[in-house]
Design a binder for this molecule. Structure first.
Ligand code: DGY
Length: 326
């Protein structure tokens, strides 16, 4: 029996995708992530499944060339790289991987929060560079977190996990949600406020909303100026939610105190970018979910979504369930 052909955009550790053995014939792209390689696209006309990463754009053009395609499985919770509307029009379910990376991303958000609050990279570099000559009562001062207010933009799974961690650190938590959100008004002691109130009162603003047309550029010159001058911006969601040029100005001109970024726009941020020169900005290479456990669970869930789609069953996590009502 011929197994269905699946395009795996980039190689993954074999044990992470062991479930596909005996169920799919894989054509695998290059090790370096970032789009579908030409040799993969040669097979698009025969492909019944696509297993891709957040760096691979699944465009309408691609889907239109894949008459046999039955499922797109994205190994990420975010799916802004996929033209979901186009997939829906073509009746193709799109899977993502929520839940399995929540704790890893929440941990990294707290790590960035604490590191920016205490100026960790600079203190560590100063120690290494011989600037640690004595214990100084006024040296390397940072922000207190206990009693400070954390403002969470987007209270989904990850936002909630961050809220719980922050509460354990003695922080007050407020959050904002888009107007028609079904999120409860109250979340275990966290208060729902308007986005404007959040910006005006939070000591830390942490972004956990998806990248959509309405959140692209949400943090711009106008909104960054609404934050407290003493506040920190954290982004572990998607780079384009923050306008990079506006953030650079905000940090250079002191509109805000610091920023901690796990994601940037563009991504990767080129090594010569001036944001890297600012001691008040910590930039990480999109490692929120990069624990051994989380990445393996993401791959395994993406396999299950893929197999369900190939078998004509509903995906475990489908971002366009309306395809099943057609
Ligand atoms: C996701 O899954 O969307 C994350 O950004 C991966 O780290």
């Amino acid at each position: 029996m011929a197994f269905p052909l699946v395009l795996l955009s980039h190689p993954l550790p074999p044990e992470w995708i062991a479930r596909l053995q005996g169920h799919a014939r894989l054509v695998v792209g290059p090790a370096q992530p970032g789009g579908f390689a030409p040799h993969l696209l040669e097979h698009i006309g025969q492909a019944e499944g696509i297993f891709c990463l957040l760096t691979d754009p699944v465009t309408e053009e691609l889907v239109a060339c894949a008459p046999r395609l039955r499922v797109v499985s994205n190994m990420a919770v975010g799916f802004d790289n996929v033209d979901v509307a186009a997939c829906t029009r073509y009746g193709i379910p799109v899977g993502n991987t929520p839940g399995v990376l929540t704790e890893a991303v929440a941990d990294l958000t707290m790590l960035l929060l604490l590191a920016t609050a205490r100026g960790l990279p600079k203190a560590a570099m100063d120690a290494r560079d011989g600037l640690w000559t004595t214990w100084s009562p006024t040296g390397w001062l940072g922000m207190d977190t206990a009693g400070a207010t954390l403002g969470i933009v987007g209270l989904g799974k990850i936002g909630r996990a961050v809220a719980q961690r922050a509460q354990a650190f003695g922080m007050q938590v407020i959050y904002s949600e888009k107007e028609n959100s079904l999120s409860p008004q109250i979340f275990s002691g966290a208060r729902r406020v308007s986005f404007d109130e959040l910006l005006a009162t939070a000591d830390f603003v942490s972004l956990h909303c998806p990248l959509t047309a309405s959140t692209r550029g949400l943090m711009n010159e106008f909104t960054l100026k609404k934050m407290k001058k003493s506040a920190v911006l954290l982004n572990t969601a998607r780079g384009p939610i923050v306008e990079t040029a506006a953030l650079l100005r905000a940090l250079r001109e002191g509109w805000i105190f610091a920023a901690g970024l796990d994601v940037t726009d563009p991504e990767p941020l080129p090594p010569a970018h001036p944001l890297y020169d600012l001691p008040t900005c910590i930039i990480l290479p999109h490692i929120g979910s990069a624990t051994f456990g989380a990445r393996r669970r993401m791959a395994e869930l993406a396999c299950e979504n893929l197999l369900a789609g190939l078998a004509g069953r509903p995906l475990l996590n489908c971002v366009n369930p309306q395809v099943y009502n057609r």
